[in-house]
Design a binder for this molecule. Structure first.
Ligand code: F0G
Length: 456
């Protein structure tokens, strides 16, 4: 099959427009807060020229495959490799890249048995350069920030966004400002932002308060906002779906399950699936489902109590700090993709999440707590009959195990739920706990531990 020539593959400079998700208004430029000038709703990126695309789905697939053997920086990026479906940049060398994407798809045979499905995979976005899925969006949005002439970028964050933004800003020669909630700190994520040189403000508020403040700040100061309200972020995050389908030889799974916080990622993956189908790269849509923590379940409540028509915000509280968000900005986009793909929205308890995290860890994979809601949610969706016993499922693991070591250590030491009454679940959790033991340095002591472990 003929590939696209490299010049043809680089789509023209202005291949996209902004479209308001509320009133549908189309524009060539966006204001600093990325809201519609007419109705204030969020913007998305649309590609009017796709209708006249001169290359076929098969040509696209083979071009993307060919680029895997290229040594050019832009082709080594698992995001920019799919650049025909991204906003175009004038020159390939302008992309700020850390070779993001290119993340593994693992099978999870033991978790599959526990959940009751025949084939279960994990698309591990925690294997990105800064350890979370944010890098896929950040490479695109940071590139456009620099192209627009900004020397400062900023974000509000539960901390993965800030780690990623700080890294890409540093690579691109820009300064970065981070607004994060004080307290419930993951030292790993904070240390990343500091090392990459961000100016870090820990505000006495929650994530939602940080985001509100940022939205005001970007209208007054020359800083470019890199939250997932920024539609360039979502375009980069779309490539997760492309890479996943390529790894599955373009045979879509029955279900894709993703954690939900501010709901940018689910919106991005859903947008990708719809676009990929429109372009003829797949014929059948997987169902995209979103799982939230019970204590941060704004989307679940929005769908159950308001039929997805208006947001039901909550006061968020969960040990999965990455998704401790009560007022998700992209809720409308998420409702739309759930409806379009026929996906479900569920919530899981802290115990269910912790158990699922340990089960994923026991497969030698590991992830951060927010990612583990996907497996916990899958178990519920199987019990409810939404996921059928013969269907294939992909869980999107959004963050690396090393992002939140406190959670993991507290879990294995049995300290995570010390103050809560969950007697019923203690036995199930105990089977998964592997607390470290302190011993005298003798052969006898170690042999005793080995023998005990053999029996368990
Ligand atoms: N998983 C992880 C590890 C995250 O860091 C986040 C969001 C999510 C899931 C939820 O994704 O917001 O697109 O629905 N973290 C953000 C941050 C908000 O600031 O790092 P979402």
């Amino acid at each position: 099959m003929a590939s696209l020539s490299s010049s043809k593959a680089d789509v023209s400079q202005s291949n996209f427009r902004f479209r308001c998700i509320g009133c549908g208004d189309l524009s060539d430029a966006a204001s600093q807060d990325f809201r519609c000038g007419r109705c204030r709703d969020l913007l998305e990126i649309t590609y009017p020229a796709w209708k006249e695309l001169s290359y076929s789905a098969e040509q696209l697939k083979s071009t993307w495959k060919d680029r895997r053997v290229s040594q050019e920086a832009i082709d080594l990026s698992g995001v920019w490799r799919f650049r025909e479906l991204l906003p175009a940049i004038a020159d390939k060398r302008l992309a700020i890249t850390l070779r993001e994407g290119n993340t593994p798809l693992y099978d999870l045979p033991r978790c599959a048995r526990t959940a009751g499905v025949p084939r279960l995979f994990a698309k591990h976005q925690g294997m990105n350069p800064t350890g979370s899925f944010k890098d896929a969006g950040m490479t695109v949005a940071a590139t456009f920030a620099r192209n627009a002439g900004f020397s400062w970028v900023a974000c509000a964050s539960t901390r993965n966004t800030s780690a990623s933004m700080a890294a890409y800003a540093a690579r691109g020669g820009m300064r970065s400002l981070v607004l994060v909630p004080e307290g419930k700190i993951s030292w790993s994520k904070l240390s990343q932002a500091l090392d990459y040189g961000a100016v870090t403000c820990q505000l006495r508020t929650d994530f939602d308060g940080c985001l509100r403040l940022l939205q005001e700040l970007v209208l007054r100061a020359p800083v470019y906002q890199l939250n997932s309200i920024n539609p360039f972020r979502l375009e980069g995050q779309k490539t997760l779906a492309l890479e996943l389908l390529e790894q599955l030889d373009w045979q879509p799974p029955d279900h894709i399950i993703v954690p939900g916080g501010n709901l940018g990622n689910s919106s991005a993956i859903g947008k990708a699936l719809l676009e990929i189908r429109e372009l003829g790269l797949i014929e059948r849509l997987p169902k995209l489902s979103v799982i939230q923590a019970e204590g941060a379940n704004a989307l679940v409540r929005t769908l159950r109590e308001a039929s997805g028509k208006k947001l039901v915000p909550v006061q968020a509280d969960t040990r999965a700090t990455a998704i401790r968000i009560g007022n998700p900005a992209s809720w409308k986009k998420a409702v739309r993709v759930l409806e379009a793909t026929g996906g479900a929205c569920e919530q899981v308890s802290e115990v269910e999440m912790a158990q699922a995290k340990a089960e994923i860890g026991a497969e030698g994979i590991g992830c951060e707590p927010a990612s583990a809601v996907t497996l916990a949610g899958l178990k519920k969706l199987v019990k409810q009959g939404f996921v059928k016993p013969d269907e294939s499922v992909v869980l999107v693991l959004t963050g690396n195990l090393l992002k939140d070591p406190d959670f993991t250590i507290d879990f294995h030491r049995g300290e995570l739920f010390k103050e809560t009454n969950n007697a019923g679940q203690t036995a199930a959790l105990a089977k998964l706990q592997r607390p470290p033991v302190v011993l005298d340095a003798t052969l006898d002591a170690v042999t005793r531990v080995l023998n005990e472990a053999e029996k368990s």
